[in-house]
Design a protein around this ligand. Structure first.
Ligand code: PLP
Length: 258
């Protein structure tokens, strides 16, 4: 090959790489940028700092490749709703990436041990029995695992979550465990076409947190409010969300209903 030909081949390869990159300023990367902008605007609109709000990318039903694209865009925190499905993905990422994995789906007590090994935060703590199993598993692992108490707000259709009048008891029970630490509350309000209709639910969770804290200062640790999904996170931010859990708006439509 002549020098000129070599240069041409090199140029073609460079164009090809650019094209590849172009197609990889993929929808995931664009979606993440848009969501980050919307989070910043929502925060600004209610006098909050965007830094107070953590974006949790909900990767349930999506493969390792989708997660890798989000990692390339700077996302480090991922939410999964099933222990077994999550395990297959988590183990494929190098520890040096310092990814954080959050369990957002119901935790069965027989999966507590595996969950303790895999996850950095459990959003869905909703009963004292599973909390006990998780505590024991964390003790064996020599780790202290933060959890959020999942609350079932009035009118919700979700099966999981502690009833709001039982949360005080749950809070007290979980507070007694030494190897898990309560760091706030989580809820999933019903779906509304207009996200403003979800605001009273988000407000209810915030007020519940304030009430628990006033009765027992410090009981909610970092006082996280995990609330807001693709269709309603702006309303959640307005009511004080500190973690928004976004799936569809980042990765697209899911293959199964999770
Ligand atoms: C699936 C799921 C989400 C993400 O929902 P999207 O509407 O796709 O953003 C958030 N939280 C929980 C608990 C979920 O199960």
């Amino acid at each position: 090959m002549s020098g000129r030909q070599q240069k041409n081949v090199k140029a073609i390869i460079l164009v090809y790489i650019e094209l590849k990159k172009g197609s990889q300023v993929n929808s995931t990367a664009l979606n993440i940028r848009r969501i980050q902008e919307r989070i910043a605007i929502a925060a600004e609109n209610c006098g909050r700092s965007a830094e107070e709000i953590t974006l949790l990318a909900v990767s349930k039903s999506f493969p390792k490749e989708s997660i890798a694209q989000a990692v390339d865009s700077g996302v480090r925190k991922f939410g999964e709703n099933r222990v077994q499905e999550a395990e297959g993905k988590i183990l494929q990422f190098d520890k040096s990436l310092h990814l954080e994995w959050h369990l957002i789906g119901h935790l069965q007590s027989n999966k507590a041990r595996r969950a303790a090994e895999l996850f950095d935060l459990i959003h869905s703590m909703d009963n004292a029995e599973t909390a006990g199993k998780l505590d024991q598993a964390c003790k064996d692992l020599g780790k202290i695992l933060p959890v959020l108490l999942q609350v079932k707000l009035g009118g919700e259709e979700t099966k999981s979550g502690a009833d709001s009048h039982n949360v005080h008891e749950l809070c007290e029970a979980v507070s007694n465990y030494k190897n898990i630490r309560i760091d706030g509350l989580m809820a999933i309000p019903p779906f509304f076409d207009n996200q403003n209709d979800a605001r009273p639910y988000f407000a209810q969770l915030r007020e519940l947190g304030e009430k628990l804290e006033s009765e027992q200062p410090g009981c909610l640790g970092r006082r996280h409010l995990s609330m807001g999904m693709s269709h309603d996170f702006e309303a959640a931010i307005r009511e004080g969300a500190t973690i928004v859990r976004i799936g569809t708006a980042i990765f697209g439509a899911r293959q199964y209903d999770g």
